[in-house]
Design a protein around this ligand. Structure first.
Ligand code: G6P
Length: 610
């Protein structure tokens, strides 16, 4: 939520800051701004609306300097407007901020009483004023920032500059991501890796409670007590082109088609084909721990929760361990019970979603062993976990998650298979068959995408005026129904519901009429017969039915006008394929409607506020 970028060095600064913001626009996009240290002091440019408006402003009123910070905003406190856009200034200090300051009411009162004028409705402006008040007491900027941080409750990533300390950016984080990028005679900071990829791959991920000073020749990191601390330097293997559209109209479409490659990268080095098992080292659990697991609990939000629901089925089927998948926000909303032998698997693309992070922290405090499945290395959730089992999907820029969903499915399936093997819950033959089937999946995904592209697009054209769409599935197709509905809602703004087909008669049946498109997901598995009966029930109520089924399923084909088919695959692996035509369908509906596919209204890629 919101993006921050900062630069210290000799290169022209506006293009670097604006380019960084463009690469972060997916994190927030209702206003943007820059602050640069110039000979006259701090120069500010801010504009409401998309980044383009700020770019035009900077073209008309250029700024140059060697130290600058930029911000793209997703409104939390205060509507999207120029006054509320960051940077916020108090005295000679300019501040940008991601996150939410929870004790803002109390701080606002204090700032007002001190006689300072509030020009915006934001909590960020309060941070700028608090720093200015501390500076007025005679301390330096680092000390003023440290003292201010000690007053803040909530989450933040902050960057501040001031002409009183030329050549430096001060940054700090708590529950909101912040990364430093190291160059040659120039250094950077950003809220997310893609902003920096064209400039450097040498990065340091700050930890909660870190305060860093970024200068052209060095970076120094301190804890909240002001003591200097060491943080590991990482080399990121994502390339800048991975964060480009590569000729596709939208990132979402590119990322949908990237899935075979993302899956291949995610499986690479993990399939032990010689022994028909998974190389489980990265999962980080000893065989003894695995044998002692009594329950697997998945915690996640959004798309990651849907991958986790598939995980529940797989852990039960392959490892014979009771499993649950829970919304992270609800888990931490009560006093959940964690028992000895609980393995908590925390699934998060960004590794930074605040509800997931806080749920993981709670589970850890209660004594659970935590395995993180994340796509962004060294992000907060994997850092907190006992082990990090990364997906290798590359940077995902479209706000609606696609390639990270199937990559998460892969890691979760491999985890379930590994648990099953160590516990002897699955036969070596069945395990080996799954390993072979996983190795063939990227090719099958590729075939599915090519084969369904046309029909998904023509269905989208016919469905773009629908008010509501229903997706039905049983077993492993239930999370796919949920995910398909979420994709459609996110990008096309059409109301959609994903339902367990068995629940049809308990409510949604009342919605059926000739105007309601219903997608029934019924690959060849042991649920198919029952779902087929539900399909008949839907048809009998005149609803428009589309099936997602296995190629050659004549029986289903006879019953529907449109069938999106997937190649023959092991029933347990069908989610990897059934989701593909439905992602394409959601994309094309949105494209026909002309919505902002990669940056849907009101949404953000990484949700770092509760
Ligand atoms: C946001 C994104 C979704 C994502 C969810 C969880 O809502 O728009 O695409 O599924 O957050 O994010 P995570 O990074 O934890 O997987």
């Amino acid at each position: 939520m919101c993006g921050i970028v900062g630069y210290v060095g000799e290169s022209p600064i506006s293009p670097i800051l604006l380019d960084g913001l463009r690469r972060l626009e997916y994190r927030g996009y209702d206003s943007a701004g820059l602050a640069v240290l110039t000979d006259e002091g701090v120069a500010i440019r801010r504009a409401a609306g998309k980044l383009r408006t700020l770019e035009e402003l900077v073209e008309r009123e250029p700024i140059e300097g060697n130290v600058g910070i930029g911000h793209t905003r997703w409104a939390t406190h205060g509507r999207p407007s120029e006054e509320n856009a960051h940077p916020h200034v108090s005295g000679d200090v300019a501040v940008v901020h991601n996150g939410i300051i929870e004790n803002h009411t109390e701080l606002r009162r204090e700032v007002r009483e001190s006689g300072l004028e509030l020009r915006s409705e934001t909590d960020t402006e309060l941070v700028a004023h608090l720093i200015a008040l501390e500076l007025a007491k005679g301390c330096d900027l680092r000390e003023a920032l440290l003292r201010t941080l000690g007053r803040l409750k909530g989450s933040y990533a902050i960057a501040a500059i001031s002409p009183r300390v030329p050549g430096k950016i001060f940054v700090a984080r708590a529950n909101s991501p912040l990364v430093l990028g190291l160059g040659d005679g120039e250094n950077y900071c950003a809220s997310d890796v893609p902003a920096l990829l064209p400039y450097t791959r040498e990065m340091i991920f700050l930890e909660d409670g870190d305060l860093a000073v970024v200068e052209a020749e060095r970076v120094s990191i301190f804890n909240l007590r002001g003591e200097e601390v060491e943080r590991t330097l990482r080399r990121i293997d994502w390339s800048p082109s991975m964060a480009e559209k590569a000729g596709y109209k939208h990132f979402m479409l590119k990322e949908i088609f990237e899935q075979p490659r993302a899956l291949e990268d995610t499986l690479r080095g993990r399939l032990n084909r010689a022994e028909g098992k998974i190389f489980g080292d990265e999962i980080g659990l000893s065989d003894e721990t695995i044998r002692g697991i009594n329950r697997v609990l998945f915690l996640a939000c959004g798309t990651s929760l849907h991958a986790s629901i598939a995980g529940r089925y797989w852990v039960e089927a392959l490892a014979k361990i009771p499993a649950q998948a829970e919304l992270a926000s609800e888990f931490r909303g009560r006093d959940p019970i964690i028992l000895p032998g609980d393995l908590v698997v925390v699934v998060s693309q960004s590794g930074e979603t605040i509800d997931t992070l806080l749920a993981a922290r709670l589970a850890k405090e209660k004594g659970a062993t935590i395995v993180a499945i994340a796509n962004v290395i060294d992000s907060a959730i994997p850092r907190l976990a006992d082990a990090a089992f990364y997906t290798h999907a590359g940077p995902e820029i479209g706000v609606a998650s696609t390639k990270c969903f199937t990559a998460q499915l892969a890691n979760i399936f491999m985890l379930a298979l590994h648990l099953g093997n160590v516990r002897g819950a699955i036969s070596p033959e069945r395990s080996a068959a799954f390993v072979e089937a996983l190795a063939k999946l990227p090719q099958k995904m590729h075939e599915t995408l090519l084969a369904s592209r046309q029909l998904a697009s023509s269905l989208a054209k016919r469905t773009r005026d629908a008010q509501d769409v229903l997706f039905l599935g049983r077993g492993l197709s239930f999370p796919i129904a949920l995910e398909a509905a979420l994709k459609l809602k996110e990008v096309s703004y059409i109301h959609a519901e994903g339902y367990a087909a068995g629940e049809l008669k308990h409510g949604p049946m009342a919605l059926l009429d000739e105007l309601l498109p219903v997608f029934v997901i019924l690959p060849r598995d042991e649920q198919r017969e029952r779902t087929l009966s539900n399909l008949e029930e839907v048809k009998a109520r005149d609803a428009r039915v589309v099936a997602v089924a296995t190629r050659g399923d004549e029986e289903t084909l006879e019953k529907v006008e449109d069938l999106l088919d997937i190649p023959e695959v092991e029933p347990e692996l069908s989610p990897f394929l059934t989701i593909l035509p439905l992602q394409l369908f959601a994309y094309y509906v949105a494209d026909f409607k002309g919505t902002d596919v990669d940056q849907p209204r009101n949404l953000a890629k990484t949700v770092t506020v509760e």
